[in-house]
Design a protein around this ligand. Structure first.
Ligand code: SAM
Length: 279
């Protein structure tokens, strides 16, 4: 399946991380800056009509994910991370320095993986035990299959976290469930493994639903894909992940972290969720 039309959105998210002091300048570009400024009016409209901007939602998800990943490293002994669909996320760059014992593997489609690899090489961005590989979550076997990366790039004896961020809502439920089922099964080869992802479930309030649906259509046109809201509620998210084979699932809401983390607050109910599932 060719899903590379989504890749350019990583320029935008990468620039958001940089603008908020979470990333290095070399992950940005004039094109990303242009995109960032072009999206400003949309963010303004989002704030007025939906009670929060796209940028706020991105910050909520990224900071909650970072927080939980840190806790799993420091409290559960995680020593290996595979960040799939890494795009221009700074997480590999920062975490592999802060935790030099971590085996940190970043993965993305071949074009984006090559871009990230050369940026990190050019700017001495690689941590001590840090690499970038090509991976397509819908492929199997060599050279880029998910099973191939888990079996040949990761080290089997290490407690492991597998991350996807900003990826799953681009695919319909049967398609992404196929990936989740495979991951739940493949994750069992490690002594302990967690899958952490963000997703946006359906919005409850009618007027917000209409606006979110318009935003989805616009994003769909830009990325030549159809964005999907797979679940009706947090309970539904939990049930969906269990059905894919994850025995234990926690759904984190931004509201739960308002007093703990420096994250933007949503006006009314928040949109994004961070799902943490044991393999
Ligand atoms: C919205 S960007 C998110 C990037 C990064 N995770 C972040 O939050 O800044 C989506 C990423 O998914 C990657 N991607 C798209 N289809 C993929 C696939 N089939 N397998 C792996 N990665 C994929 C794209 O190349 C892109 O880097």
């Amino acid at each position: 399946m060719d899903t590379s039309s989504i890749s350019f959105t990583a320029l935008y998210t990468g620039h958001v991380w940089y603008k908020h002091g979470m990333s290095a300048r070399f992950f940005t570009s004039p094109r990303a800056d242009l995109m960032y400024n072009a999206v400003r009016p949309i963010n303004f409209v989002g704030e007025q009509l939906l009670g929060m901007s796209l940028g706020d939602m991105l910050l909520q998800r990224h900071r909650i994910m970072d927080h939980r990943i840190r806790q799993l490293i420091e409290q559960e002994g995680v020593t290996q991370i595979l960040e799939i669909a890494c795009g221009l996320s700074p997480r590999g760059y920062t975490f592999s320095r802060q935790y030099p014992h971590l085996h940190y593997v970043e993965a993305d489609l071949p074009g984006m993986a090559t871009r990230k690899q050369s940026l990190l090489l050019r700017h001495q961005g690689f941590g001590p035990n840090h690499k970038v590989v090509a991976c397509n979550i819908f492929e199997s076997g060599e050279p880029n299959g998910l099973d191939h990366v888990l079996a040949n790039v990761l080290e089997p004896g290490r407690p492991t976290i597998i991350i996807t961020e900003g990826l799953v809502n681009y695919f319909d439920l049967p398609t992404i469930s196929g990936f989740w089922q495979k991951l739940a099964q493949l994750g069992r080869q490690f002594p302990a493994a967690w899958y952490i992802t963000d997703l946006v479930p359906e919005v409850k309030e009618f007027h917000k639903r209409v606006l979110v649906s318009a935003a989805q259509k616009a994003l769909g046109v830009m990325t030549q894909s159809r964005t999907n809201l797979h679940f009706r509620s947090d309970v539904d998210v939990e049930r969906g992940f269990r059905q894919c084979g994850f025995p234990s699932v926690t759904v984190h809401r931004p509201e739960d972290f308002y007093d703990v983390l420096d994250i933007p607050r949503s006006e009314g109910e928040s949109y994004v969720r961070v799902v943490e599932a044991r393999c």
